[in-house]
Ligand binder design. Structure first.
Ligand SMILES: Nc1ncnc2c1ncn2[C@@H]1O[C@H](COP(=O)(O)OP(=O)(O)OP(=O)(O)O)[C@@H](O)[C@H]1O
Ligand SMILES: [Mg+2]
Ligand SMILES: [Zn+2]
Length: 553
């Protein structure tokens, strides 16, 4: 017995079977019911969402002798001849095929003849973007003065390739990506019909891999059925797709978030060595962070992501620990890594490098941290009271310098303040404040200062969040931005913003303090000047003293 692909076997036969495109099908049905048909239609949208199916249904519906609520009956003579492709009045052309140009030329001469036995003579031109310039011109001539009995239905995935002159003469309908729950439901129905058992989560995984294209989902389903006739289970889908087990993805994401470089590298190595596609793996990782983002920002996540309830709970717990900025950062970095990996000669090395970079992004640069501790210690000696230095990473070994009043919070950018920060208020004496004192006070109270700025001007606070204090010179505080924040630096340097910040800062410090902003110098060539010892220090700081060893040769 020959095997017919599931997606062919289950091609929608009436408008009501075209799932997820109600915005299109409802309008078309209404037009048929009210006999208000235009001469040209264009169905556009991503692959496998029902363009060709809708075109065929529409071609039957306009001529059906007995239509039901706008749907073709599929039983009258006309419908039947359409379904059997024997109706001379319906001409289906695939613009991708070689003879399309000939066809269009012929078409110009033929369109004037009345349909043989139907109301409309229908031309379905599929993949219409493939037409040559000449063919488009020929088509345009016909569209300019279409005879009453003529109906054109064009379909394409690439509407931007269609000349504007043609577009303007068509009623256009955009078919959307189909939502995962709709895809899953359709697959369930099909499985029941072909009597194949399935695991719900297997179908969800298929749906999430089909990117909203029903045909893609049904093709994967088909492959699963051929692979394992009895039952479609999660493992089969994973094996077929070369996707990574969700649990593994979660583990990798966790270790990235924990900044555990060693664990991340080992996990990634395992995954790639087991034959998984690097690009697929990155896809999964991006989806995981996207899920974190969705759960963090919306209440009703169920519709948006395709995962089990237990997984949702786990993700929710994780999302509570992370700021939205951090999540977005991960998504952006992973996405650009994915793009670059597709072009890289050695994508694995690129991936590892980027992951390490990401994990280091939110750690305080140890060298400047030590420098600042020195400064703080000096200022203690000079009379400014400073107390416990905590760092939000629990692994930081720099607890210390116990003194009287103030608590200095070392935090990752934008992260929520830790517990006792709420009860804290600055009690630094500024009577005799010098540049170093101001510098230390700004460092120590940066989150507080940002809060004050926010209460005056939230936009300004969002800008200043991206800068860092560099030094204070003659009572002028110098802040720097990473070069990628050009918008921020321009905004910060606007006189009114500078003035506002100066006011807030001076009030907060109880000392007059000017401000200035600059772009951080690109020190990429500084690296070359580093000595072995410098690199050794860096590595020790990054990976831990016990993990790095300097071998003399
Ligand atoms: N909206 C939908 N509802 C139900 N099934 C659909 C839908 N879209 C696609 N399918 C399934 O996918 C198959 C192919 O759909 P169709 O040929 O209409 O897609 P298309 O948008 O024309 O794709 P392409 O862009 O590749 O030409 C159908 O036979 C059907 O099984
Ligand atoms: Mg098509
Ligand atoms: Zn009919």
């Amino acid at each position: 017995m020959s095997h017919q692909a599931i997606y062919r076997k289950f091609r929608p036969k009436i408008f009501d079977d075209v799932l997820g495109q109600e915005h299109v099908t409802k309008t078309l049905k209404n037009q048929i019911l009210s006999d208000n048909i235009a001469h040209a239609y264009l169905f556009s949208g991503i692959r496998g969402t029902g363009k060709t199916s809708t075109a065929k249904i529409f071609a039957r519906a306009v001529n059906c002798l007995n239509n039901h609520d706008g749907n073709p009956c599929n039983e009258c003579q006309i419908c039947k001849s359409n379904l059997e492709e024997t109706n001379m009045d319906v001409i289906e052309m695939d613009a991708a095929s070689n003879n399309a140009v000939e066809d269009i030329r012929e078409l110009r001469d033929k369109v004037k003849f009345l349909p043989v036995r139907s109301k409309y003579k229908v031309y379905i031109i599929d993949e219409v973007h493939m037409l040559s310039k000449g063919a488009f011109n020929a088509l345009l001539k016909t569209l300019e003065e279409p005879p009453q009995h003529l109906l054109f239905i064009l379909a394409t995935t690439e509407s931007h390739k269609i000349p504007a002159t043609i577009l303007s003469r068509c009623q256009r309908f955009d078919l959307k990506r189909i939502k995962s729950p709709v895809i899953v439901e359709n697959m369930e129905k099909i499985c029941d019909e072909i009597k194949v058992e399935y695991e719900e989560k297997a179908l969800k995984l298929i749906a999430s891999n089909s990117e909203g294209a029903m045909r893609d989902a049904l093709s994967i389903l088909d492959r699963c059925v051929s692979f394992n006739q009895e039952k479609i289970d999660y493992e089969t889908v994973i094996n077929l797709l070369g996707t990574v087990n969700y649990q593994t993805v979660m583990e990798v994401a966790d270790s990235i978030i924990e900044k555990n470089i060693e664990k991340t590298c080992v996990l990634v190595d395992d995954i790639l060595n087991s034959g998984k596609e690097l690009i697929f793996f990155l896809d999964e990782l991006i989806i995981y962070f996207r899920n974190l983002m969705i759960i963090k920002t919306t209440n009703n996540a169920q519709n948006l992501i395709n995962i089990s309830d237990e997984a949702i709970d786990e993700i929710r717990a994780m999302s509570d620990k992370l700021s939205i900025e951090k999540i977005v950062y991960y998504i952006e970095e992973l996405s650009s890594t994915q793009v670059d990996c597709k072009r890289a000669l050695n994508p694995k090395i690129l991936l590892e490098t980027r992951l390490i970079k990401m994990m280091q992004h939110f750690t305080v640069d140890m060298e400047s941290l030590l420098k600042r501790i020195d400064l703080l210690e000096n200022s203690i000696k000079n009379g400014i009271s400073t107390a416990v230095i905590t760092h939000d990473s629990s692994k930081s070994k720099h607890k210390a310098v116990k003194q009287q009043t103030t608590t200095v919070h070392w935090q990752d950018n934008n992260e929520k303040s830790v517990d006792n920060a709420k009860s804290y208020s600055p009690k630094i004496s500024f009577d005799n404040v010098d540049d170093e004192g101001i510098y230390n006070a700004i460092i120590a109270n940066w989150q507080e200062i940002l809060k004050k700025v926010r209460s005056e001007n939230a936009g300004l606070q969002a800008i200043l969040r991206e800068c860092k204090i560099v030094e204070v010179n003659n009572k002028k505080a110098l802040f720097e931005f990473d070069p990628k924040f050009t918008f921020h630096i321009n905004a910060a340097n606007q006189p009114k913003n500078k003035l506002k910040f100066k006011e807030v800062l001076s009030t907060f410090l109880n000392a007059e303090c000017e401000v200035d902003f600059l772009i951080k110098k690109d020190n990429s060539n500084v690296v070359q000047k580093q000595t072995i010892e410098d690199i050794y220090e860096d590595l020790k700081n990054t990976f831990g003293e016990d993990k790095v060893e300097l071998k003399e040769d």
